[in-house]
Write a protein of this length. Structure first.
Length: 184
């Protein structure tokens, strides 16, 4: 089994794309590793044989780790490139890795979208904090407006309530588009 592992590792390292693993590769490897651990635990092999088994177990674990890391790196690259991997290239034991890659790519896309779509922060004008604000209830549709403080407000529909700069709120009340709400 160790030779099959090294062959799979060599194929994976030498190729650019993800390679197909032999049928039952991980299941056979799991059985081999379980057998190594059983034989070591039994202690019936003798000290020299036990050391050889420990060395085989360690080398197998190192090669397996390198194989999985190489394959994972290729899955990440494919995911970031939006490449669809052909059926059968991802072993059943690796499907959790592929799902995690898909989740990471999705989270990356959401972050990019939220950053790109976010409106720029409003510019603070000197004295903006001292400007009075009024609460109004809209009675008509009102499109997006730029307030006296240079911030965007709206669009509004009838029955919407908003806190607006007093200058804008008073103008909307005069036009009959809103009513001032008295707060006690």
């Amino acid at each position: 089994m160790y030779d099959r592992l090294l062959e799979a590792l060599e194929n994976e390292v030498e190729s650019e794309g993800l390679q197909r693993l032999p049928e039952n590769f991980y299941a056979d490897l799991r059985s081999t590793l379980r057998e190594f651990r059983r034989r070591i635990a039994d202690g019936a092999e003798g000290k020299v044989a036990e050391k050889v088994l420990l060395l085989q177990l360690d080398r197998t674990a190192q090669a397996l780790t390198r194989l999985i890391e190489t394959r994972l790196r290729k899955m990440i690259i494919a995911g970031l490139s939006r490449m669809q991997l052909p059926d059968g290239l991802v072993a059943e034991d690796e499907k959790r890795l592929l799902a995690a890659v898909a989740d990471l790519v999705s989270a990356r896309d959401e972050l990019v979208t939220s950053l790109v779509a976010a409106p720029p922060p409003p510019r603070e004008l000197p004295g903006a904090a001292r400007r009075p604000m009024l609460l109004v209830r809209f009675v008509k549709d009102v499109p997006l407006i730029v307030g006296a403080d240079m911030r965007y407000y709206g669009p509004f529909k009838p029955e919407d309530v908003a806190l607006l700069p007093a200058q804008n709120a008073e103008a909307l009340v005069r036009q009959g588009a809103a009513l001032q709400v008295q707060v006690e």
